[in-house]
Structure formats: C-alpha cells, structure tokens
Write a protein that binds this ligand. Structure first.
Ligand SMILES: Cc1ncc(COP(=O)(O)O)c(C=O)c1O
Length: 427
C-alpha cells in the first residue's frame, strides 16, 4: 500500500526529469494534504478532508545576514565536515499551516524542546551534495534534482512532510551564492551541502510529527584522499547488518547511521578501514561503509563485467552509483566511448562473497570499489572475511582500469571541466 501522507500537486513530475533542465516554476505553490495517512499497521486515524497548504515558496525568502562573518580556514587545514559557513537556511513546517516562509539566518544553534520527536524517535532525514567553483568563478551543483527527489522519498518513508524539490533547490542556490566565498577552489575541493529535516513536535509518542524543520548547512571540504588514491581494506562484516529486507536501507534516514558506528569501531580494531556490509546466509555484498559498491570481473571470453547490487530495498540509490552506471552503460552500448575495456557489460545483480573469493583466487577479479558523494571513488585492496584476507587487485596508482576512468569522467563532470547536463549552474 502506498502512503500518500503528502500528495504533492506540482513537484513530482518535474522532479522525475532526473537530469533535464529544471524549468523555473512560479512559486506560491501549494500541496494537498490529508492530515494523517491511513495505515492498518499503525492504526493512525485518517482525516477525510483534504486541505490545501502552502508549499515551500522561495519568493517569501527572508535573509538575515550575519554581522560577524568568519574567516574561512586555509584549505589545507580543512577537516571534512568540521567547518561551517556563515549562514544556514531554515524552513519550518506545521500540519496546520504547511511550509512557512524560508529564512536564511546566521549559522548557529537551534532551539528545540527536549520533548521533540526527533530527539526520541530519530525522525530525521538528510542529504549530501556538493557545490563546485570553477576557475572562471562559475558555481555548479551536481545532479541536485536527484538529491531533492531522494529527500522527498526519505521524508515519505518516515512520515515527514513532502515539499517541492525545485523550490528547495532554488533556496539552496541562494544560500550557496550568499556563502560562495567559502567554496574552496583548489582541485578536489568543494562546498559540502547538508539539507536536513527533523520532526520538531513536542510530544512523547510515535506518530507522524505535526511540526518539522527543514534546514540546510554547508561546509567547505577538501579531497577525501589529499595524498592521492590509497586503497582501503574492508572487514566483511558477518555479525551486523546495515539494512534488511523491508527495512530502511534504501532511504537516507538518520536512523540508518548510528547503528553502523560500533561495527565501524570493531572493524577498525581488527585493522580494517571500513565495513563491507554483507547480507543473508550467502553473504551477498551490499554496501561499503556509507558508499555504494562496484565489482569488476573479467570473464573467460574477455568481457569485463561491472556489477553493482540491485536496488532491492537494502541499497541506498546513490547519485554517484547512478552516475557510474550511466557512464559505464554509455560506453558499453557505444553511445559514448571512454578509456574502458572494449568488451564491457554493466549489470545490477547480487554478488556473494563466495563469488568474489573464487574470482580473487582464479584471477578473474579485476577490482572492487565504493562510490559516493564524499569520496567519489574509493578502491579496495583487501577484504577480511571469515578469518582470512581476500586480496583485491589494484593498479600501481591505487586504481583499477574501470575505476580510474570512471573517476576521471565523474570528477570532470562534477567540477565542470567536462561539460555535462548533470552540472547545474548556481546563477
Ligand atoms: C549508505 C550510503 N550508501 C551510499 C551513499 C552514496 O550516495 P551518493 O552517491 O548519493 O552520495 C551514501 C551517501 O552518503 C550512503 O550514506
């Protein structure tokens, strides 16, 4: 059964044009809302009346600039996620009045009551996206429509309110423009943008919150691997799972991340950099730390197969994952040729540790890597699995024949050195 907690009257079709140009809508939107969704599981009452409430409206933006602008640190001193820019975007929501006027405020603490639902029931979702500044000063975002769509999907999964993704994107652009002096321009540097939504209703009790806050903060970040690519080691985790069938792994919910911290510490104690999340008795590979996962096999007939696990409800539909698949598929079907193996197929299918281990032993494993916004591509050199290390091939530069080219093509499109419809200008 679908859960139409917020039926957006205007955004969903536009947002589905994943990489097409975003048309400029007339703001002052509204959405239709039943006050509660019907659920036989949760037994939540359904309001029969449908009311029209205001959606996010960029034309109502109020800007309160900081009177104490900070000095951005030197790029070489940046620690990922530890420095925040001067401003943040705030958009409160209530079930009674919909989305209130957006505000850009000086970055600072939120005032929340200790009874807020987010603090008890983890009613929080977030996104991770980046803005890049080109040498000519142009600022771009990479496929931000995908983040907006995923954020709406995640909101729906935990009954937070839906919103017009194009309107939020317009406001994010305003915030990025206002804090643009914070975008580091050195290669590999960017402004990491963190849209977040929390349930703010003051109430003990698990329900869709009647109040929420959407806010966006930004941090200048350097490259994840400042000294070039260094493959990481993984602990093939058989004792904990990140996601399960019917669970929430396919959504970007805060609740998915805290349970990964202790297994991460356990992996580090064993000498591995990250967890390789496995699933089921077959030990299917799912994700690496907080990245999607790719494996490359070379089959007996010389064909290279780029494999990633299917979006079966346990895998986060990553923007980078989709971009890797799209680039590799263009090469495989001949639409656009890259420096990739001639005979190549791209598949979304399950891969078990048995298959990876056998391929590592018989020489048909070419490489294995993670993909995500923060690090873009992370190659892997070994997997600790059931007491032994499975050795994964990597090239002398730490990359393999597929990851090297995909990384170059992706970064080019992200930073604007390779023109692409994925690159959205912040004008
Ligand atoms: C669990 C998980 N998988 C995959 C990804 C990669 O997604 P994206 O490429 O959209 O950053 C992320 C991103 O943070 C993540 O948290």
């Amino acid at each position: 059964m679908s859960l139409p907690f917020r039926h957006l009257t205007r955004s969903s079709s536009r947002l589905s044009s994943a990489s097409g140009p975003l048309s400029r809508p007339s703001w002052g939107a509204s959405y239709t809302s039943g006050t509660r969704f019907k659920s036989s599981l949760l037994d939540i009452p359904v309001a029969a009346d449908q009311v029209t409430l205001p959606d996010i409206d960029p034309s109502k933006l109020e800007i309160n600039r900081t009177t104490k602008p900070k000095t951005p640190p030197l790029s070489k001193d940046l620690v990922f996620g530890h420095t925040f820019t001067d401003h943040m975007l705030m958009i409160p929501w209530s079930a009674k009045s919909g989305w209130a006027a957006p505000r850009i405020e000086p970055y600072g603490p939120l005032s929340l009551e200790p009874s807020c639902t987010v603090l008890h029931y983890a009613q929080t979702i977030f996104e991770g996206m980046k803005a890049y500044q080109q040498t000519n000063g142009t600022i771009t975002l990479f496929r931000p429509d995908m983040n907006m769509r995923r954020m709406n999907t995640s909101a729906q999964r935990i009954a937070l309110p839906g919103f017009n993704g194009e309107a939020l994107l317009e406001l994010i652009k305003r915030l990025v423009r206002l804090d643009s002096r914070w975008i580091p321009t050195e290669p590999g540097h960017s402004l990491y943008i963190r849209p977040t939504m929390i349930g703010t209703q003051r109430a003990i009790g698990v329900n869709p919150p009647s109040e929420a806050l959407l806010y966006v903060i930004c941090c200048p970040v350097g490259p994840y691997y400042p000294n070039g690519f260094k493959p990481v080691s993984l602990h093939g985790t058989t004792e904990y799972v990140r996601a399960a069938p019917g669970g929430t792994g396919a959504f970007k919910l805060g609740v998915n991340y805290a349970p990964g911290v202790m297994p991460q510490k356990a992996a580090a104690k064993l000498g591995y950099a990250q967890n390789l999340w496995l699933h089921g008795p077959e030990h299917y590979l799912t994700e690496v730390g907080t990245m999607n996962l790719f494996v490359v096999f070379k089959h007996a007939d010389g064909t290279h197969e780029l494999v990633t696990p299917p979006l079966d409800g346990m895998i986060l539909p990553g923007v980078t994952r989709d971009s890797v698949l799209s680039l590799a598929r263009s090469h495989a079907n001949g639409t656009q040729k890259f420096e990739l193996p001639d005979k190549m197929v791209v598949t979304e299918r399950s891969v078990s540790m048995k298959e990876v281990k056998a391929a590592a032993e018989n020489g048909s494993l070419v490489e294995l890597f993670g993909a995500g916004t923060a690090a873009v591509i992370t190659t892997v050199d070994k997997i600790g699995y059931l007491g032994e290390d499975v050795i994964i091939p990597t090239g002398a530069d730490g990359m393999g024949p597929v990851s090297r080219t995909i990384w170059k093509e992706l970064v080019g499109r992200q930073t604007g050195t390779i023109p692409s419809k994925w690159s959205v200008v912040v004008d």
